[in-house]
Design a protein around this ligand. Structure first.
Ligand code: PLP
Length: 452
């Protein structure tokens, strides 16, 4: 039998053990109802009832080459047979090669790679490195951002997931980054938004004390917070401000990197080279946990004779690095980055704009490559979000109903607050993209019913 096929008995056992023993992230344990997943391939996964879903969320926006790519699975198997694990202090073929391939693709002189097990640890180490390099302690980050679930990373985060953990925020200061559709600066054009956001950042730095600020961290294109592509000139302006004040610029490309925006790294769109660049997710499509930090020559030189005080037992794990090497080769051989750019520009962007014209609930379409958001609203004129910021329970019903409609029709959406993101695998085919867009189109009538 070839999957997907129904096996409800196994599904029930999987679900029962999960409910009895698995403690899930970001959740009230008694009210969640996790779907038991039997398998996955390419852009699809399926449950134990044999129901298939087209994954428009790429897991948590990380399966950039889809599920179960045979070449990456084979590379992990081969590495497991050769050398399944080895401590980080040694030079290991898979680790050396992964570092070389990543450094060759990161912009500018980011030539040294510090490996972690995921994005949050990459952010933790970026801020630690910036603090040690500059001898300063503060870190500035944006509202409407996500940087990870560990101590420093969650404090840098600019969304409600930070609120319960804010007590360790020593030295973290938040500022507003540009977002024209919901402009914190009352701007009417992208030029105004860029200019005013830069002036606001300058003022924040002046009042915090430039000589106290080690780092500014920004998602190159903010992801979970809403896919807000920065207006022309903004990131270049931030780069100039950092240079003028001796502040380390950290670009967080955990979500935006490795093809997601139609380039290897989103920084390429803006012709900006950070001092530190964090990555994870797409580096190996999450087949084995891996993240890291690409480091400039200047910062690497700080630690040439002075030890870097940080490390992780599984830093540069051979299985994860072998998966990264295979993933990068697959992305090159199969033109995955170009596919993300092309399908994004030719299929997804135009289709979403047509959808926005048809549906009163779609306030704005934003994005590029395989990285799109629909901002859902109660009313296009007022731009009032379809559900309030951080809504839960009954207040969130319109988004919950919309999500349920997508799932019933076989589409797994990415939903955050009043937005649905369109973030399929970067190697999604045109036919798959169209299939998902058609379901989205239909399901949005559920959101339309809540407009006024
Ligand atoms: N930074 C960004 C921009 C992210 O989107 C995420 C995760 O979604 C993280 C950091 C944290 O990565 P991880 O969950 O691998 O720790």
């Amino acid at each position: 039998m070839t999957p997907p096929y129904a096996d409800p008995e196994t599904g029930a056992a999987v679900k029962a053990a999960d409910r009895a023993h698995v403690f899930h992230s970001w959740s009230a344990q008694a009210v969640i109802d996790p779907l038991a997943v039997a398998g996955a391939e390419g852009s699809y996964f399926w449950d134990y009832d044999g129901k298939r879903y087209l994954d428009f969320s790429s897991g948590l926006v990380y399966t950039n080459i889809g599920y179960q790519h045979p070449k990456v699975v084979a590379a992990i198997q081969e590495q497991a047979g050769k050398l399944a694990t080895f401590a980080p202090a040694f030079a290991i073929e898979a680790r050396s090669e992964a570092a070389r391939l990543i450094a060759e693709r990161t912009p500018g002189d980011l030539n040294k790679i510090f490996f972690t097990n995921g994005g949050a640890e990459a952010v933790e180490n970026a801020i630690r490195m910036a603090r040690l390099h500059t001898g300063r302690h503060k870190a500035l980050s944006a509202y409407r951002s996500y940087h990870g679930g560990t101590s420093t990373a969650i404090n840098l985060t600019g969304d409600p997931r930070r609120w319960p953990s804010d007590q360790a925020a020593a030295g973290v200061v938040h500022f507003w980054a540009p977002f024209l559709y919901r402009s914190p600066f009352y701007s009417e054009t992208e030029e105004q938004e860029s200019e005013r956001a830069l002036a606001h950042l300058e003022a924040t730095i002046a009042f915090e004390g430039p000589a106290t600020i080690a780092a500014i961290i920004l998602e190159t294109v903010p992801g979970t917070a809403g896919i807000m592509t920065p207006p022309p000139g903004y990131l270049k302006g931030v780069r100039e401000i950092c240079d003028r004040h001796g502040i380390v610029l950290v670009l967080d490309e955990v979500m935006a990197g490795f093809g997601r925006t139609g380039k290897w790294f989103a920084a390429e769109h803006f012709d900006v080279v950070p001092d530190l660049l964090t990555f994870a997710k797409g580096v190996n499509s999450g087949y084995v946990p891996l993240g890291g930090l690409a480091i400039s020559e200047e910062i690497a030189a700080t630690f040439a004779t002075r030890p870097y005080p940080g490390g992780l037992t599984y830093s540069g794990h051979p299985l994860a690095c072998a998966a990264a090497v295979a993933t990068i080769h697959v992305m090159e051989e199969e033109g995955v980055v170009d596919n993300a750019a092309r399908v994004g520009e030719d299929i997804i962007g135009p289709a979403l704009r047509a959808i926005a014209d048809r549906h009163p609930s779609v306030g704005e379409v934003r994005g590029l490559g395989m990285f799109w958001a629909l901002d859902l609203v109660k009313n296009k004129e007022t731009r009032e979000p379809l559900v309030p910021y951080n809504a839960a329970g009954a207040d969130n019903a319109p988004m919950a109903e919309f999500g349920a409609a997508c799932k019933r029709a076989g589409l797994w959406p990415f939903i955050n607050m009043n937005r649905t993101h369109v973030v399929p695998a970067c190697n999604v085919s045109e036919a798959e993209a169209k299939e998902g867009l058609a379901i989205l189109d239909e399901a949005l009538s559920v959101a339309d019913a809540h407009t006024v």
